[in-house]
Ligand binder design. Structure first.
Ligand SMILES: Nc1ncnc2c1ncn2[C@@H]1O[C@H](COP(=O)(O)OP(=O)(O)OP(=O)(O)O)[C@@H](O)[C@H]1O
Ligand SMILES: [Mg+2]
Length: 219
C-alpha cells in the first residue's frame, strides 16, 4: 500500500529526516513511535502528501501504486482527497458545522452529490455509535465523540490509507482504548490501512508493525 524509500527532510540547514524507508501492506495497522522531536510528525506529513520531501537520489513514495512525486499540484490535491484520510490529535473539526456536515466535507470537495454524501455520512456516524449526535457541533461533543467524528470524516471517501498523529493523545484512558479498538475493528471489517503516530504503549503493542524513530531515522 505504501512504499517509501530514502525519505529526507531538511528545514534550512537542519536535516530532520535522514533517509527513512517504510513499507506498509494493505489492511495493516502500523504504529510509529519515538521520542519527541524524532521526526514522527514530519514523516507522517510527508507520507500523507501534506508536506514534500527534500529531493535526494533514490527517494520515492508510492501510495496505492501511484508515484506521488509525479503528480501535479492539482492531481495531488485530488489524490489526497480521494485516497488519504487524516486524524489529528486535536480533532480539527470545523466548529461552526455539525458532526454530519463535518463528515460530509471530504465528499463535497470530491464532488459527490449532497444526497449521497449525507447518506454515507449518516451510515458512518451510525456505525460509530453517533447517530444521536448528527446535529451537534464539535463543542457539544465529548473528546471521544469528537475523535469518532474525525474518524468518520477520514473514512468518508473510502481512502486507501488513514494517517493519524497522536489520535488519542487528548483522550482519557477509556476513550483512548475505545478509539484504538475502533481502528482494529475498521481494519477487520474493511481492510482499512492505518499509519498511526503514538506515544501510547498499548496501541503500539497492538499494531501489526511498529517503527521506532530516533533522530530522523528508523531505529
Ligand atoms: N517547519 C519546520 N521548520 C523547522 N523545523 C521544524 C519544522 N517542523 C518540525 N521541525 C523540527 O523537526 C524536528 C522534528 O519535529 P516533529 O514534529 O516531526 O517531531 P515529533 O517526533 O513529531 O515530536 P512530538 O512527539 O513532540 O510530536 C523538531 O526538532 C522540530 O523542531
Ligand atoms: Mg509530533
Amino acid at each position: 500500500m505504501i512504499t517509501a524509500k530514502n525519505i529526507h527532510k531538511r528545514f534550512g540547514q537542519v536535516e530532520i529526516l535522514k533517509g527513512v524507508d517504510i513499507q506498509v501492506e494493505r489492511g495493516q495497522v502500523v504504529s510509529i513511535v519515538g521520542a519527541s522531536g524524532a521526526g514522527k510528525t514530519t514523516l507522517l506529513h510527508i507520507l500523507g502528501t501534506l508536506d514534500s520531501m527534500t529531493p535526494v537520489e533514490g527517494s520515492s513514495l508510492i501510495i496505492n501504486g501511484i508515484d506521488v512525486k509525479k503528480l501535479s499540484a492539482n492531481k495531488l490535491a485530488q489524490f489526497r482527497n480521494e485516497q488519504i484520510g487524516f486524524i489529528f490529535q486535536f480533532h480539527q473539526l470545523l466548529p461552526e458545522f455539525t458532526a454530519l456536515e463535518n463528515v460530509c466535507i471530504p465528499a463535497f470537495i470530491k464532488g459527490t452529490s449532497r444526497v449521497k454524501a449525507v447518506d454515507r455520512a449518516k451510515e458512518l456516524l451510525d456505525y460509530l455509535g453517533l447517530s444521536h449526535r448528527l446535529d451537534h457541533k464539535p463543542d457539544m461533543l465529548s473528546g471521544g465523540e469528537q475523535q469518532r467524528v474525525a474518524v468518520a470524516r477520514a473514512l468518508m471517501n473510502q481512502p486507501s490509507v488513514i494517517f493519524a498523529d497522536e489520535p488519542s493523545g487528548n483522550l482519557d484512558s477509556e476513550s483512548a482504548q475505545q478509539l484504538h479498538q475502533l481502528f482494529f475493528t475498521l481494519r477487520d471489517a474493511f481492510q482499512q490501512t492505518f499509519v498511526i503516530v503514538t506515544h501510547n504503549n498499548d496501541l503500539a503493542q497492538m499494531a501489526d508493525k511498529t517503527f521506532t524513530m530516533q533522530d530522523g531515522r528508523i531505529a
